[in-house]
Design a protein around this ligand. Structure first.
Ligand code: GRF
Length: 187
């Protein structure tokens, strides 16, 4: 059984979708969701679904106690960032080479980098009157949103679409593709 650990700090709708996709699978299992936000909605979802969820603070993440060791204790085959904003350390990247992936709600390299997350991305896309947007699933390296791209999918934007409409379209793409890409990487 391949083991997936999800890092999420927001609503967690992707975490839920990934968990549901693999529920009952005999090849891939979501073994834990880790979050740096005690109030994150993802924790409510985990409780409801029975997913083991753990909170960690900045010290556990960045301090000398070693987040690498914490992560190793879960024996992940893949670490999935789904709405996680803290920068991933070189030590974690080196401990799990090609095993950490992120999803970004735009077509990288456009609309990426520090500060480009959540609704800010969709507002910028709208502001620039883009004709299309999409999702990017990529390996995580030391720079925000710059690791090698694994998969992209696009969706068209109508001139009447609001930033919220764009967000919804992007979320649909995320739900459709993210679990399948994870499955492909692991099986
Ligand atoms: C997603 O749009 C993802 O692309 C981005 O953060 C958002 C997380 O949404 N990295 P949710 O918490 O899974 O609902």
């Amino acid at each position: 059984m391949k083991r997936v650990v999800i890092l999420a700090s927001g609503s967690g709708s992707n975490a839920e979708n990934i968990f549901s996709y693999f529920k009952g699978s005999d090849t891939v299992e979501v073994v834990a969701v880790l979050t740096n936000k005690k109030t994150a909605k993802v924790l409510d979802r985990c409780e409801k679904l029975g997913i083991p969820a753990y909170f960690f603070n900045r010290e556990a993440f960045s301090g000398p106690s070693g987040f690498v060791e914490i992560m190793k204790s879960f024996r992940p085959d893949l670490i999935v960032l789904a709405g996680f904003l803290w920068k991933i350390s070189s030590s974690l990247i080196n401990a799990f080479p090609n095993k950490i992936i992120n999803i970004h709600p735009a077509l990288l390299p456009k609309y990426g980098g520090k500060g480009m997350y959540g609704s800010k991305v969709h507002e910028a896309v709208k502001e620039n009157s883009e004709a299309e947007t999409g999702i990017t699933i990529h390996y995580v390296n030391e720079n925000y949103d710059e690791g090698a791209i694994i998969f992209q999918a696009k969706t068209a934007i109508n001139t009447s679409d609001t930033a919220d409409d764009i967000a919804q379209k992007v979320h649909q793409l995320e739900y459709e593709h993210f679990p399948k890409v994870i499955e492909k990487l692991l099986t």
